[in-house]
Design a protein around this ligand. Structure first.
Ligand code: SF4
Length: 361
């Protein structure tokens, strides 16, 4: 393995930021609430800052079910729905001059599709049948290895070494990605990784003994790979299935691209080689996972992509929905490609860029 670079975890911090506590290196970081509020999230970064301005009202446990349009098709408000303390439905319409939708790559297209009106009978921004298309996420490549020595101390946040050598320019492969050591896995996740890889028995006393021995001897090297986008992988709404408020739910369709399967094999072989060079005595590569289905599991993106051609995109390059001068999208739905790394920093940077465009008028 060529150069390996230390990588700071994208959503954790080992030192103080603002008023947050320092990380105490607990055993469960990614996917769990931080016990000391060291980990950054909107709840302890952007939202408190916005509320402190006095210009922000936070409405919780409430769903935006529809964008409201006037007779000319201009968006003039957002319809909200919730259940009150007595279990009764509560509905309000909030009037607004500008609307920014940032509900993620499933719920953002769902909101647009569920906001059909006379001028846009297939949904807001969808007269060219682009809303929901190009759904992508991240296929994960990687390998798992067992070592003779204990390798894991179960202290978070976990990821400490990574390589970006294979993100681009891989001979004969379209795309590529990042590889890193896995964050601290739970015992159940370790069991899943080791049994799926065929490295320990699935049941019985032998399985228990193997788990006791291997729990601290396992290392995974994994990473997201840049997916090829496809117009046929998409988010739609299913009008025959509704949520508790009566709104059609999301249905996804499509499949990952054959090139993603090839990139997965390439990157998994690199992960396996890394583990073996580090001294792993047994290794196995991971499965491609969601073959035959659209990739939706992690880092969903691309379902309202931005572009310069209104016939092939949902928004302009600044996130403004074509045909609507006051409706903006500011989440991963805009991504034309999701890249070969976690997309959160791109989502944040793009949201700030769009916010600047809006405030500039
Ligand atoms: S490892 Fe993660 S969850 Fe645990 S204290 Fe540190 S930042 Fe918080």
């Amino acid at each position: 393995m060529a150069r390996a670079a230390l990588a700071a975890h994208a959503c954790t911090s080992t030192h103080r930021a603002n008023t947050r506590s320092a990380c105490v290196r607990c055993a469960q970081c990614v996917g769990f609430a931080c016990p000391v509020e060291a980990k950054g999230g909107t709840h302890n970064t952007a939202l408190p800052a916005a509320l402190a301005t006095g210009n922000c009202t936070l409405v919780i446990e409430t769903t935006a079910e529809r964008l409201v349009t006037d007779s000319a098709g201009r968006v003039v408000g957002v319809a909200l729905v919730a259940t009150d303390a007595y279990g009764q439905l509560w509905r309000r319409i909030v009037s607004c001059a500008e609307v920014v939708v940032a509900a993620g790559a499933s719920e953002t297209p769902r909101l647009l599709l569920n906001s059909a009106h006379d001028g846009e009978p297939d949904g807001i921004g969808n007269n060219q049948d682009q809303v929901g298309r190009h759904l992508q996420a991240h296929v994960y490549a990687g390998a798992v290895g067992l070592f003779d020595d204990e390798m894991t101390d179960f202290a978070g946040p976990g990821v400490s070494i990574a390589t970006c050598d294979f993100r681009h320019g891989n001979d004969g492969i379209v795309g590529g990605g990042m590889l890193a050591n896995e964050f601290v896995p739970t015992p159940a996740a370790t069991y899943d990784y080791l049994t799926s890889a065929g490295l320990i028995p699935r049941t019985g006393l032998a399985s228990k003994h193997a788990m006791r021995r291997e729990l601290q001897r396992m290392v995974r090297v994994v990473g997201p790979i840049q997916e090829m986008s496809s117009a046929e992988s998409r988010v739609r709404v299913d009008r025959s299935v509704v949520d508790r408020f009566g709104n059609p739910v999301v249905v996804t369709s499509g499949s990952i691209h054959p090139e993603d399967v090839r990139a997965h094999a390439f990157m998994s072989a690199k992960a396996k080689a890394w583990l073996e060079e580090a001294g792993a005595v047994r290794t196995a590569v991971g499965e491609v996972g969601s073959r035959g289905q659209a990739s939706t599991g992690q880092h969903q993106a691309g379902s309202c992509r931005m572009g310069t051609d209104p016939a092939r995109s949902v928004t302009d390059p600044n996130g403004r929905v074509w045909g609507h001068d006051n409706v903006w999208i500011a989440d991963a739905s805009l991504h034309v490609t999701n890249g070969g790394v976690n997309p959160v920093l791109t989502v944040l940077a793009n949201a700030l860029r769009i916010a600047e465009r809006i405030t500039r008028g």
